[in-house]
Design a protein around this ligand. Structure first.
Ligand SMILES: Nc1ncnc2c1ncn2[C@@H]1O[C@H](COP(=O)(O)OP(=O)(O)OP(=O)(O)O)[C@@H](O)[C@H]1O
Ligand SMILES: [Mg+2]
Length: 291
């Protein structure tokens, strides 16, 4: 039976990356030359091309890029929902991961909140634990403990249609945090919220993140949100999406909402907007330099 390069990757020892060679702890997640193509022949779409990215334990990394540049596809590959192409690899804690091995390794909140209308708040929140085989009573007890942190105290038995947009997002986020994984992927979790609710949710998420000590990779279209939340902002190019720039956000934490008016914040925003606008133009006029 033919052995694919990914099978080989799954069994061989971790390559000596620059990080490992220096004797440092390997990053929590490392993407090496990651590609993802859909289909074959002339209709093939290259969604993600040659992505190299390292995320360290405990970091909050935000990912921005023009619509259709491959952000959600990248998440689906890292979350193990889609196989990556054979020419790249994904390492967790320095160990190469085969396709099947990735599923369940990270907590994942997809672009749509995917709450089930017929399940109440608690039963929606424990879905990941149930799939994992945690007994319902135990899962519910854990979720009940978390309700106040997620601003849902008293709403355990409410159904999704009885909640506000922000509350629905917090139920979906609670599901992601309850599924205890080192890494959390959040795909535009606040995209559908009004500006005021969104700002409150950003501050709340930073508080939860610092208390629960997880590593977060967060997709957003909102550049202020990306800077306000992130330790780093990673900008993707127009499709086929690759990393255009990776900016360290050296602003003090805890982040004060007023920070968005500071000269440092505005200077970072200017630089990142230039990078994103250049890519957004390409994605609308691909013949002038894009995919
Ligand atoms: N399952 C699939 N089959 C075929 N093509 C796909 C599939 N999923 C995504 N694509 C294509 O991959 C490209 C990237 O899509 P993706 O959803 O990753 O973009 P995105 O950056 O998340 O966009 P947005 O910001 O609008 O959410 C698009 O051209 C899309 O049509
Ligand atoms: Mg998307």
């Amino acid at each position: 039976m033919p052995v694919s390069p990914r099978d080989l990757l799954a069994t061989r020892p971790a390559p000596a990356t620059a990080t490992a060679a220096a004797g440092e702890k390997p990053p929590l997640l490392e993407l090496v030359n990651l590609w993802k193509r859909f289909g074959d022949g002339p209709s093939q779409v290259t969604a993600v091309s040659n992505v190299n990215l390292k995320i360290r334990d405990g970091e909050f990394v935000t990912l921005v890029g023009p619509s259709g540049c491959g952000k959600s596809t990248l998440f689906n590959v890292v979350g193990g929902l889609l196989p990556g192409d054979d020419d790249g690899s994904i390492l967790m804690h320095g160990r190469p991961m085969a396709d099947g091995a990735l599923l369940g390794k990270v907590s994942f909140m997809p672009q749509r909140d995917l709450l089930f209308a017929w399940r109440n708040v608690i039963d929606n929140a424990i879905l990941g634990l149930e799939v994992e085989g945690v007994p319902r009573a135990k899962a519910r007890a854990r979720a009940l403990e978390m309700l106040p942190d997620f601003g849902l105290k008293g709403f355990a038995k409410h159904y999704p249609h009885q909640l506000s947009g922000g509350m629905r997002q917090r139920v979906a986020l609670m599901r992601t945090f309850l599924f205890e994984r080192d890494m959390i992927l959040l795909d535009e979790p606040f995209g559908a919220l009004d500006a005021l609710t969104r700002a409150m949710m950003q501050r709340w998420l930073l508080d939860i993140w610092s208390r629960y000590k997880r590593t977060v990779l967060f997709i957003t279209h909102d550049i202020d949100e990306a800077i306000f939340l992130g330790d780093r902002v990673v900008v993707m190019t127009a499709r086929p999406g690759t990393i255009k720039c990776d900016e360290v956000i050296d602003l003090p934490r805890p982040r004060d909402p007023e920070i968005v008016t500071s000269p440092e914040f505005i200077a970072i925003k200017r630089r990142l907007l230039d990078a994103i606008e250049e890519e957004a133009r390409k994605s609308f006029m691909p013949e002038s330099g894009g995919a």
